[in-house]
Design a protein around this ligand. Structure first.
Ligand code: ATP
Ligand code: MN
Length: 459
């Protein structure tokens, strides 16, 4: 039985077997107390080892970090804050952990140090809690869409098109980089590469997601995406997971409603299903976490034009590191000012200048802006980026030409506007940005098991 279940049990007197990793050992010459954790919950179960039954010799290898199986009897605990404990009859050691070398001794460790030993950090309370919350959110995402009749579409990870047009892609090749085949002109001859042309890891599943929406009506993707952006920030990873719903017949308004409903559903799900872990995170890392989560649930998101947003920022009188004028892409400091200081609520900013947004967004009548929407959250800044998509063949192909995007890469995407085009919209939610918000962590490297960032691909 898992410890989470055992701790709720009142079957005093029953024989049990518990397996897990020793967090601490203390005691005296008559009795030893072990705190055992198996990853099923934050709480440990207390094992009481009577030295009359279990010899000191047997207990010697049972140190912090060791993995053990304990057979014993479940008894009511007299200690404060714990319902049950196990009176040990025998202890089998599966794996020892030499106190001289095992890095996770009892004392608290910094998050920086734990990043260096990311392969061991799931054994800490903090990372156990984060990874359980991460699991619960992934499950809730699938549940949300399944309950609403969306289909989970698996879009390719290897692609020949740059969806965002930002040129931040990791190239994929099977060629020998020390001996590249050349054309007569001396260029690299990609015709001889595995796919016969240059390919990369995807930055987004959106383009293929749109094909799904324009055939199955409502789909979502949920998979890894890769961006070679050399931004060493607490909000960017080179490999992150993204959730991208795409819906036929949705306009920008419907898209905003979906984004707000979806985020609130996920936060509600976490509060209902990850109570102990969230309380732990609130106590240990962010005393305003629970308050912030409840606050977002209780309030309507502000919906605001980019142009008005810029006016508010200019009128704020605040000194920003990066000045902002109409036409600028907002920095996190601007986004957070709007959310945390001006409105004190999540904000959905819409109708951005077309020059700072991707080619596929629906153009507004003003000729200057597109039907984009970014959802901005307290502590995070942008958590969702989305838009209504350009459904008009002529406008889309003109924009592709204008931006010199090679049509040889995009012909299939344009074809969806040639035959049976339809209004449609969608967005991308960065899974780790969501987890930053839900766990209260402040560095994105701490909400994914094995972070990939510039100069770091360890483990
Ligand atoms: P930012 O301006 O913060 O770099 P973006 O505008 O590049 O974000 P989009 O291309 O709209 O982001 O991607 C959709 C969502 O994916 C974002 O709203 C964000 O939640 C998430 N996201 C984007 N880039 C990253 C990254 N490098 N690491 C983690 N999440 C990311
Ligand atoms: Mn980016």
């Amino acid at each position: 039985m898992r410890i989470a279940q055992l701790l709720k049990s009142t079957d005093y007197g029953t024989k049990v077997t518990v397996k897990g990793w020793v967090r601490t050992k203390r005691g005296n010459k008559n009795v030893a107390f072990l705190a055992l954790n198996d990853g099923s919950c934050v709480a440990n179960i207390q094992i009481v080892a009577d030295l009359a039954k279990i010899s000191e010799e047997e207990l010697k290898p049972v140190t912090t970090g060791a993995c053990v199986a304990v057979e014993g009897t479940l008894v009511e605990s007299l200690g404060a804050g714990q319902g049950v404990e196990v009176q040990a009859e025998s202890i089998e050691v599966y794996g020892t952990a030499d106190p001289a070398t095992y890095p996770l001794q009892k004392k608290g460790h910094s998050l920086e140090f734990l990043r260096e030993i990311a392969y061991l950090r799931p054994r800490t309370n903090t990372f156990g809690a984060i990874l359980r919350i991460r699991h619960a959110m992934a499950y809730a995402i699938h549940k949300y869409f399944n309950d609403k009749g969306f289909y989970y579409l698996h879009t390719p990870l290897i692609t020949a098109s740059d969806c965002e047009g930002a040129g931040e892609m990791f190239q994929v090749t099977a060629m020998d980089l020390n001996n590249l085949p050349r054309t007569e002109e001396g260029a690299i001859d990609f015709a001889q590469d595995f796919f016969g042309k240059p390919c990369s890891l995807t930055v987004s599943g959106q383009l293929e997601g749109e094909l799904g929406a324009l055939s199955m009506g409502q789909i979502y993707t949920f998979g890894p995406t890769f961006r070679a952006e050399n931004s060493n920030t607490p909000r960017h990873l080179a490999e992150f997971w993204m959730i991208e719903p795409e819906v036929a017949f949705f306009d920008l308004q419907d898209n905003m409603d979906m984004a707000e409903d979806f985020l609130k559903y996920l936060i509600r799900y976490a509060l209902d299903n990850c109570k102990e872990d969230l309380e732990f995170m609130n106590k240990m890392w962010d005393n305003e976490l629970l308050e912030r989560l409840n606050f977002v649930l209780a309030n309507d998101f502000v919906r605001l034009d980019y142009t008005e947003g810029i006016e508010i920022l200019k009128a704020s009188g605040k000194k920003f590191e990066f000045p902002c004028n109409w036409g600028c892409d907002l920095q996190s400091e601007h986004e957070r000012y709007l959310v945390e200081e001006h409105f004190k609520k999540p904000v959905i900013l819409i109708n951005y200048p077309k020059d700072i947004k991707a080619f596929y967004m629906k153009q507004n009548e003003d000729g200057k802006t597109v039907r984009a929407m970014d959802v901005l959250f307290p502590k995070i800044g942008e958590i969702i980026g989305g838009s209504e998509r350009e459904a008009d063949y002529g406008k889309l192909s003109a924009r592709i030409k204008e931006l010199s995007i090679p049509e040889k890469d995009m012909w299939w995407y344009l074809d969806t506007r040639r035959w049976g085009s339809a209004p449609h919209s969608g967005f991308g939610l960065g899974f780790e940005r969501l987890l930053l918000f839900v766990t209260g962590m402040s560095n994105i490297r701490d909400v994914i098991p094995f972070p990939r960032t510039p100069k770091n691909a360890e483990f």
